[in-house]
Structure formats: C-alpha cells, structure tokens
Design a protein around this ligand. Sequence first.
Ligand SMILES: [Fe+2]
Length: 436
Amino acid sequence: MTATSIEGQGALLRQCVTDVKRDIASCAVELGITKDALDAAIQTGEGARPICDAMLAKYPLSAGDLLVEEDDCGADGFIHYSAEFTDKSGRVIPRKNHNGDTAPYYRYMDTAMSRLAPFKPELIEELVYVDNNDPKNPLVVYNKGHLLTQFTWFVGPVNFYHIVRGVKHCTEFNTGDTCFITPHVPHTFASRDKDHPANAKIVAVTFSNVAREALTKIVHFDAQQFIRAAGNRRELETVLAPQLKRHLQLSGQFVGDLAKSIGNDDGITEDALDKGTLSAEQWNVVKKQCGFDASRYLPLLAEEEVVLQVQGADQRARPLATSRHFPDFGAFEVRSTTPTFDLSSQLWQYLYNAEHGTPLTIHLANGVSFVMGPGDSAVLKPFGNATAERVQTDSATVSLVVVRCPGFASQELMHEMSLFAQKGAANMGTQKSAWW
Ligand SMILES: [Fe+2]
C-alpha cells in the first residue's frame, strides 16, 4: 500500500472506534487483542487490516466506511495512459444486428482511469459503416442505456443515435463535436468512413454521480421505492409532490395539515398538494407557509436528455457539451497554452490529448512532469494543481479535452464541510486521538 493509504487506514480505524463510542482499552478487549496492538495500528496504520476485519465482524460498521482503497494515482496524484497502452488494451465486441447477422461492432480500448476517480472512460472505434442517417438503420444496434452519465468526444465521421421519449434520432458528428448523455438513455454509434470504418471513433467519458456511488447501499432496498420517491422530471408535479411530503416528514406533518394551515383562500386543496398540481403562485404560498421551495426544481426538457454540441467559438478554452441538470460537471477543449494553461481544480479531471493535437507537457505543482502525446489520456486528482505546456513551439494545433466532475468531492460535501467548527475541521482525516 502507499504511505497515504497506510496512514489513512490508521485514521479510519480511529474514526470507527470513535463512531462506536469505545476507547482504545475497551475496544481492544472486545476484539481480543492488546491495547498496544490497536494503538499501534491506529498510529502507524501497520497491521491495521486484520484489525479492521475484526471490527467489521464485531460492530455494525460498513466496510465502505472503514477500509481505505489503495491510491493508484501514486504519490504525485496522476495516472497517465499512452496512446500505445490504450491501443494494446483493444478488444472487439460483436453485436447481432436487425438483419440477424452477428458482426464486429465496436473495438473498445481503455483510457486513463483510477479506482478513486468517478471516470470510466474508453476509446471506441466504430466498426460498422452506414451509408445513410436513418435512425432505424437495421445495421445499428442501440444499447439499453446505462447508469453512468456519459460525455462523448467525437473523432472522425461518426453517426450518433439515441432514443428520447420513444423517438429514435440520428446526428452526424465530426472531430471536435461532443454530446452529453443522461443515464439510461439508449444510444449507439456508427461510422461514415466506408474505406476505414475504424477511423470513426469516440472517447466515451462515462462517469458516476450520486446514484452510482449509492448503489452499494441501494441494492439492499427495493430500488423502485427510490425511483417513485424521486419522481420524473419530465412531469414536474411527480417530483414536487414527493419532495413536499419529504419536507413535511421532517417535522411530522402531512399534506392535510398543510392544506388546513393555508386555508381555502388560495384554492390549495389537500388533493392538489398530494398530487403536486399547483400553479407557480400557489407554490409561492406553500413556500411562505412551510418553507418548501418548488422553484428549485427544474423540469427536464426533451432536448436536455441528450445535449448535442457541435464545434463552436474558437476560444482558448472552448466549452463542450454540458447540462444545467449536472451543475457540478464541466468540459472544455484547451485550444491554446500561451504560454501555459492552468489546470488547477477542486474537481477530478480527465484529460484526453486529441489525436490531431500536439504533444503537451503536464507540469505538476510538486515539480514532477510528464508528456502527453496525441491520443494519450490522464486522470488528475482534485487539488493536483498542474499546468499544460506545448512541447513544440511551432503552430501545431493544441487540442486538450478536459472533463471535470466531482465524484465523492460533491457540492454536498463542500456544504457540510463549510459548517464544521474550524478547530476540529483541521484534524479531519488525520485524527488519531480520543474525541474528548
Ligand atoms: Fe454509452
């Protein structure tokens, strides 16, 4: 394990002893080990794993709350995959098309990823050639959609197909275009390059958000309960009704109580509150009465289920496809590094140096640097301050795709941490002494 993983495991062990409100002596007795052994594991992290296993067997603790993942980003906080390494990971996966023929469909290749990062991005060659833009082309096999959200960077002449609200669409894309696909929207891709279909490629930056992060807990429930409580943003009242009830549940109230407290003047009935079918003015009355703010909830429009972005303004950092429903996600293409481009970020970063781009040097704040050739990819940890600089000083095109999203470092995390008493906050993640 890396030094930070070992050190972190000691701190997590201490946190769990604190969580179950034991002191070192009583916890050691209950685990059948010596106080010195437990104390040493906490202070150094050495020998902590078997003690963690004993903790998980003894106490109602979650492995995910106790066991520290190995940090595969290493001491310098990055992972770099060369284009050659990516190419060697290639595997062809066939699909059966609607003519009944099974043929090679995609060649998948790994690009940079870390077990700690939210990204699971791959480079995909489209092996099926199509000679038209018919979204019902029998050669095209849609997937079922997937839980991970997907940002897509297009390379070469790619047809992009997707299904929104039962309607199939086909869009022609070329190098530098992008799209943003919300979870579970069925989609697929094909090539318009007749002679060399594999020249049409995508970088599919799939990434996890809150739902994927929660899945290890959700599997212990009926997921449909959560789906029903979440509602459907395409019909906003189905979101507002359960959210209002959730708000009222915090104080042991019901929509009937709320209807009575509002009275009849505004025409707000218990039935309307139960179904969420109120006008904007009526929701304002609800807000004044109980604090529930319906205006925070945006509807999901059909054109927002998949956001299409063709090449736009030639800026130093050109905006790529994003969604107002994912406000903590961002993507842009660095077109110029004059003389460098600052890659400092609070968020996880996925970098892809486009195949038509020039080699770039990524300089990290600690003095370490590495070169990203065309087709190379990298993942940078949050706060891994870095700059990008072109290797050659000629006029070769800079085209660095930067995708940023939070993973565990979410807005909710920032909100909670901003409330911490400041003295205690300074010890977060390193606390190794008792809580009193
Ligand atoms: Fe996908």
